[in-house]
Write a protein that binds this ligand. Structure first.
Ligand SMILES: NC(=O)c1ccc[n+]([C@@H]2O[C@H](COP(=O)([O-])OP(=O)(O)OC[C@H]3O[C@@H](n4cnc5c(N)ncnc54)[C@H](OP(=O)(O)O)[C@@H]3O)[C@@H](O)[C@H]2O)c1
Length: 253
């Protein structure tokens, strides 16, 4: 039975770096790469060193496309050693200023698709396998001006930590990755209607470093991966200072 990894959001950013690093670090037969931009995934697949890259063009906002992945799993019955849910997007702006459609899409991709795919994949995961969910430090706190996105990521953090406990019996580990700002295409999409993000670009870290730490943390059976002392500090502050006080410091608009 072939051993595989399934990685969503494989066409760019963190997902692309997970594809590259998982290929080098583990001995897998195939990496199933999922996103909408086929061409980009084909180029990444060509450069893999060990595993065969299987490109699956899918729009995860459509549940029927998740169903097609489920059917492929049922037909081929691989051992899924690693699942990485990295597909996701955020839109900056106040709740009433963004369209309802784009906010519901954030929920559909960041929450619904991640939940559905996790559910469909678990039956194919053997003992010792791992699920890596890409959350965000945005999920540590309510975030005015990034409201729905932060709420979707809070869901991912809570869901992943509870699932980690639920799946202990099956010896499947679950890691929530909570990055701060990372240099990817994310902010091009997030800020299309928003404000300049100069302050964020100064804080941005490299995607490959976040991924390297996440894989190390998963190897060490951690349930949360936070890269960088700044974001670790942010997490501590979000735990010890009441949210009502922190929210007063938010400068938005
Ligand atoms: N960059 C940051 O600062 C940051 C910080 C914290 C957390 N995150 C999280 O990290 C994850 C990866 O984001 P990134 O930073 O790597 O951004 P990115 O470069 O924009 O990557 C997003 C990925 O999601 C895929 N995607 C988007 N919509 C999709 C859809 N409808 N169906 C299937 N795939 C879809 C994109 O592929 P296609 O466009 O080809 O479909 C792309 O591969 C996201 O969950 C994001 O929330 C990012």
């Amino acid at each position: 039975m072939k051993k595989i990894a399934i990685i969503t959001g494989a066409s760019s950013g963190l997902g692309r770096d997970f594809v590259k690093q998982i290929d080098r670090k583990y001995n897998l037969d195939e990496i199933w790469m999922i996103a909408r931009r086929e061409e980009k995934m084909n180029n990444i697949a060509k450069k893999l060193k060990k595993a065969k890259g299987i490109v699956i063009k899918a729009d995860l906002l459509k549940l029927e496309e998740i169903e097609k992945i489920s059917e492929k799993l049922y037909k081929e019955k691989p051992k899924v050693c690693i699942l990485v849910n990295s597909a996701g997007f955020g839109k900056i702006g106040n709740f009433i200023d963004l369209s309802l459609e784009e906010q519901l899409s954030m929920i559909d991709l960041n929450v619904k698709a991640l939940t559905a795919l996790t559910y469909k994949v678990i039956p194919y995961m053997p003992k010792g396998s791992r699920i890596i969910q890409i959350a965000s430090s945005a999920g540590f706190l309510p975030q005015p001006g990034f409201n729905i996105y932060a709420a979707t990521k809070a869901f991912v953090i809570h869901f992943s930590k509870a699932l980690n406990i639920e799946l202990k019996q099956k010896r499947i580990k679950v890691l929530a990755v909570c990055p701060g700002p990372v240099k990817t295409e994310f902010f091009n999409i997030a800020s299309s209607k928003g404000k300049p993000l100069d302050w964020k670009s100064k804080l941005m870290v490299n995607s490959r470093d976040v991924v390297c730490k996440a894989l190390r943390d998963s190897d060490e059976n951690k349930m949360e991966s936070i890269y960088g002392s700044l974001i670790k500090g942010f997490k501590i502050i979000s735990r010890i200072i009441p949210h009502s006080i922190i929210l007063k410091l938010f400068k938005w608009n």
